[in-house]
Design a protein around this ligand. Structure first.
Ligand SMILES: Cc1ncc(COP(=O)(O)O)c(C=O)c1O
Length: 460
């Protein structure tokens, strides 16, 4: 009989070798080069612990799934309770109660932000939610083409990839769906494309995950209005920015937009079980599931599984009980104000931006001659290495997990759990201050890290 704790203990530390052998050796190499090849053995709230008991502050947040932090006791309790009840899960030819309850809760909470979203379809991931949204838009409009934004990221399955704004992800995978990129904030280009009359949907993240680009205040409301004028559906992808991340339940609330379809996922189960959902107007559903013959024309096997549904209900309750959406707004303000102060002090900080706890710091070339040498040496090898060097410094010296926000960009992104307090925000600001001070001394400690990074990058 397998004991999972014993299995974990027996093989502790074999992680990277097993992955090199059986999963993705290229990724293992990247992690080794940037010093992210740690062996973590415990997660609690906003913190991770490695096998030696060292504590790490996680501002990467599992790519934005840990709104509640890791291993929230309430979600654990609900999951255990469900397992103990020997529930009849995945009967398929029935209507599972918990899915109905979660759909009811989501539409109630969703309607407060976005009016008219009264139908739900459950999925297993963000990409699957986006795939479904694109299919729904085609079925509802009878049109084929999609519009999306430069820098967009909506997942990596073929449909979602068709509306991806980065060649890094799209190239090498053959022909995709007909879709046209729109520069952010360019309403003229958007209208020119909409006028052609063949666009099923315009899809946009209210705040973009790759780079944390924020549209101007006019763009999204006006884009939504134009979509509706030309018979196109407006999809607001809230997979990353939704469920409280930006200090509002849905991010689009910042601008009072009214999308027709809203894919969500990531944080919905508290980070325990794959889950996702597509919220949409009922008329759209009616066009997809247009009669008895087509009652399951779009479906999946695991979408309404009980663990995901139960965790989803518990997650939404915790979000309210612990007032996490407001906390995200408050902590985000504190963090951003601190980053602004760093921007005033460090010449390579070009921009800081964000809403709630979806925050970025962007770097640019220095003016002073002595720093220019280091910057150019790094960027010549590969754009974005400066940001990578900062990410490494934060990890090595301060055990703070972050990420470079996209391919070949000098942007570091922060997606901390929404449960963080002033202590965590101030720790991260202090760590950044020290790492940036180090990076603004040349030659200095951090540039040695940069040298190793260049060596690693060249050896690839
Ligand atoms: C805005 C957005 N949409 C869709 C996705 C895809 O989600 P998943 O990785 O669960 O497929 C992501 C993932 O990061 C995302 O940020």
């Amino acid at each position: 009989m397998m004991e999972i704790a014993q299995l974990l203990a027996e093989h502790n530390g074999e992680n990277y070798d097993l992955h090199r052998k059986y999963i993705n050796p290229a990724f293992v190499r990247v992690l080794r080069i940037i010093g992210y090849d740690e062996v973590y053995t415990k997660g609690e709230g906003a913190y991770l612990y490695d096998q030696d008991g060292n504590k790490y502050l996680d501002f990467l947040g599992g790519y934005g799934v840990f709104h509640l932090g890791r291993n929230h006791p309430k979600i654990k309790r609900v999951l255990r309770e469900l397992l103990n009840l020997d529930r009849p899960n995945l009967i398929q030819m029935d209507c599972p109660l918990l899915a109905g309850l979660l759909a009811e809760r989501l539409t109630q909470m969703g309607k407060a932000s976005y009016p008219g979203l009264d139908a739900v379809f459950f999925t297993n991931s963000g990409a699957e939610s986006v795939e479904g949204a694109l299919k729904f838009a085609r079925a509802a409009t009878g049109r084929e083409r999609f519009l999306y934004l430069d820098h967009a990221f909506h997942g990596l399955t073929l449909g979602a990839l068709s509306v991806n704004g980065s060649e890094h992800f799209t190239s090498g995978f053959g022909e995709l769906l007909p879709a046209t990129p729109i520069p952010m904030n360019d309403l003229d280009v958007l209208e020119r494309e909409l006028k052609k009359g063949d666009v099923a949907a315009f899809i946009a993240e209210p705040i973009q995950g790759k780079g944390v680009y924020i549209p101007n205040d006019r763009f999204l409301p006006e884009a939504g209005r134009l979509c509706h004028e030309y018979g196109t559906l407006f999809i607001a992808d809230e997979v990353q920015a939704g469920l409280g991340r930006t200090g509002r339940f849905f991010c689009g609330e910042h601008w009072g937009i009214s999308p027709d379809i809203v894919p969500i996922s990531k944080a919905l189960s508290g980070g325990f079980v794959p889950v996702g959902a597509i919220l949409a107007r009922r008329e759209i559903h009616k066009k997809v599931f247009s009669g008895l013959e087509r009652a399951v024309v779009h479906s999946n096997t695991f979408g309404m599984n009980e663990l995901a549904m139960g965790a989803g209900l518990a997650m939404l309750e915790v979000l309210e009980e612990e007032d996490l959406v407001s906390n995200a707004a408050r902590m985000g303000e504190r963090f951003l104000a601190g980053l602004e102060r760093l921007k005033d002090r460090y010449e390579m900080v070009k921009d800081v931006r964000g809403k709630g706890l979806m925050v970025a710091i962007e770097f640019g070339p220095p003016k002073s001659l002595k720093l220019k040498g280091g910057w150019t040496a790094l960027e010549k090898v590969q754009e974005g290495l400066f940001a990578q060097m900062v990410v490494m410094g934060l990890m090595h010296d301060h055990r703070l997990l972050t990420q470079v926000s996209g391919h070949r960009v000098n942007i570091v992104k922060f997606l901390p759990p929404l449960v963080i307090g002033e202590k965590e925000v101030d720790y991260a600001l202090d760590a950044l201050d020290k790492v940036l001070a180090d990076a603004h001394r040349f030659p200095g400690g951090l540039w040695k890290v940069g040298k190793d990074l260049v060596k690693g990058a060249l050896l690839r």
